[in-house]
Design a protein around this ligand. Structure first.
Ligand code: ADP
Ligand code: MG
Length: 216
């Protein structure tokens, strides 16, 4: 497998989608073949599941049901898009991945660690990110950005939760980053867009250096 896989994590409004575009531009200009994708979603089947989850349609069936739906979507995404892209030597940039499940369903959804670990292992079957960028911002500031962006559209299943739940998620992402400090890098996302990009690109430079592309 010659490509590499970068996931972007963090709360609502942290700047994941904004920064992915900047990284896509940076890597494309360097000559990499880049695939931008997101979770839940990324493939036809997974996007169908996305609309069920984010509309809140599955909420009444409980957190375990939602976790299994996320896992089903992820499995389709991994096998239908991420693994093939990596095998073709591409760089995959993914907006949310396993860490969002660990935080949203595992921590704030209070599902059993064993259940979550097994679901993750079976679902991704070895496809772990080479680098995970955790965009960190106080929940209140992130939500303010997300509200501005959304305009008149209705809040989704996860955005609508209380400030304290959003802040618990933020703390859970930070704990994850400590537990898996090799893979996960925390970036101060409260800076302006260029400041955040600069910090992200510094982490990506380290990854590129360790992944010496063929012939370079
Ligand atoms: N560093 C930043 N400073 C100020 N506004 C930002 C910053 N990064 C993103 N935004 C804006 O905040 C909103 C949410 O950003 P977005 O990238 O969609 O976040 P996410 O994908 O993490 O929910 C967008 O309107 C975006 O233009
Ligand atoms: Mg986004």
């Amino acid at each position: 497998m010659s490509g590499f896989f970068i996931s972007f994590e963090g709360g609502e409004g942290a700047g994941k989608t904004t920064q992915i575009k900047a990284v896509e531009k940076f890597l494309t200009e360097k000559g990499y073949s880049v695939v931008v994708t997101r979770e839940p979603g990324g493939t036809y089947g997974a996007e169908l599941v996305r609309s069920v989850i984010l509309s809140g349609g599955a909420e009444q069936y409980g957190t375990a049901m939602e976790a299994i739906l996320f896992a089903a979507a992820r499995n389709d995404h991994v096998e239908g898009l991420i693994r093939p892209a990596l095998e073709q030597g591409k760089v995959v940039l993914c907006d949310r991945y396993i860490d969002s499940s660990r935080v949203y369903q595992g921590v704030t959804g209070q599902l059993e660690p064993d259940f979550m670990d097994n679901l993750e292992r079976i679902t991704i079957d070895g496809i772990k990110p080479d680098l995970t960028l955790i965009l960190d911002i106080p929940a209140e500031a992130g939500l303010a950005r997300a509200n501005l962006r959304r305009g008149n559209e209705i809040v989704d299943r996860f955005e609508k939760e209380t400030l304290s739940v959003h802040e618990q998620r933020r703390q859970a992402f930070l704990r994850l980053a400590e537990e898996e400090s090799e893979r996960c890098k925390v970036v101060n996302a409260a800076q302006n867009i260029d400041g955040v990009s600069k910090d992200i690109l510094a982490h990506i430079d380290v990854l590129l250096a360790s992944h010496s592309p063929k012939g370079a």
